[in-house]
Design a protein around this ligand. Structure first.
Ligand code: 13P
Length: 340
């Protein structure tokens, strides 16, 4: 196995000032995002929207890689160029979501397991041949009065490790995503405990399966209070709790940690990342792999109309630039307020 190639890709994905755009929304998820702005989720609307994002000028200064969805990896820009080629020409690395969404964990109400291991080896080889150089698998962990259960933590950790081992076998970099959800009224301490438990289990399983830590990236949640919690944590509290949790659980052999935004607003997600990097240096690069936090403003500006593409691209560029600054800890309110 060519670990050097994997390590080079992992490092390129967390290059200075850059992070990942998650544009791998599944059919149900993109439908939900489009419904919020009254757009029908047709194949052409999905293609046009992704083209808008991927062809934004100058985005390669802040975006190292893009996570695509199965449909998207076969789509083209208006001039007939495959998205994978258009991205590669800009120096942006194409990646692919390979999980098939979540389903209920049997016997564990309120908990989920991820689908998609059947046939994964063949699918990974197919995606690699179509230009993908990294993959993503998302596991979700809910917090509740008696959750997460040990079964949920263990089952998801083993799935993530098996996926990661298969992805490295296919000579692609696995992004390992155990997401502790923000849903609920729990405080930040509960999130910290659940995140520490989940990450400890994930790294124990990765070791059992022989995954090369230098050739993978971790995509965790930040440690935040539940969305319905009356006790929201400050930016500094979140930054410090997240760093503490990562230091306790993530080996220094991992080159980069690329956070999901998980429903945090764009400015808050950027502010949290910035606050963490202000507190650096850390044993790993702390970067982003945001979906909603990078896209929300652009989606709202676009509204499905060709006439709004330039305005939407300005929004996307602005947000990516702010996230890029947060990689150095130089993001500020002043920068945020600069006209998009
Ligand atoms: P969000 O940043 O919207 O949470 O999406 C990231 C992602 O890829 C979830 O799997």
């Amino acid at each position: 196995m060519n670990y050097t190639k994997l390590e080079d890709t992992a490092c390129a994905l967390v290059a200075a000032g850059k992070g990942i755009l998650a544009a791998d929304e599944s059919f149900p998820t993109i439908q939900k995002r489009f419904a919020a702005i009254n757009i029908e989720s047709t194949e052409e609307n999905r293609r046009a929207y992704r083209e808008l994002l991927f062809t934004t000028r100058g985005i390669e200064e802040f975006i190292s890689g893009v996570i695509l969805f199965d449909e998207t990896i076969g789509q083209k820009t208006g001039d007939g160029t495959l998205f994978t080629d258009a991205l590669s020409r800009k120096g942006i690395i194409p990646g692919i979501k390979v999980d098939a969404g979540t389903m209920p964990l049997p016997g564990h109400p309120g908990e989920k397991i991820t689908s998609g291991l059947d046939g994964l080896r063949e699918r990974l080889n197919g995606y690699r041949d179509r230009g993908a150089r990294f993959a993503k698998w998302r596991a979700v962990i809910a917090i509740g009065p008696h959750l997460p259960s040990r079964a949920c933590i263990q089952a998801n950790a083993h799935q993530l490790a098996l996926y990661a081992a298969l992805t490295q076998e296919a000579e692609m970099v696995p992004i390992v995503e155990p997401e502790v959800l923000m849903d609920g009224d729990h405080d930040m301490t509960r999130c910290e405990e659940a995140t520490e438990t989940a990450l400890s289990a994930v790294f124990a399983a990765l070791r059992d399966y022989g995954v090369a830590l230098e050739g993978m990236l971790l995509k965790p949640n930040m440690v935040v209070a539940g969305t319905k919690s009356p006790k929201q944590a400050s930016v500094v509290e979140t930054a410090e709790a997240t760093i503490r949790t990562l230091r306790r659980t993530v080996p220094a052999a991992v080159h980069g940690i690329v956070f999901l935004s998980g429903g945090q607003g764009p400015e808050l997600a950027t502010g949290h990342l910035n606050a963490m990097n202000v507190r650096g240096p850390h044993p790993w690069e702390l970067s982003f792999s945001f979906g909603r936090a990078l896209q929300n403003a652009a989606l709202k500006a676009w509204k499905g109309a060709a006439a709004n593409v330039a305005a939407a691209q300005r929004e996307f560029h602005h947000r990516a630039q702010c996230c890029g600054a947060a990689r150095y800890g130089t993001y500020s309110d002043k920068m945020e307020k600069m006209a998009a």
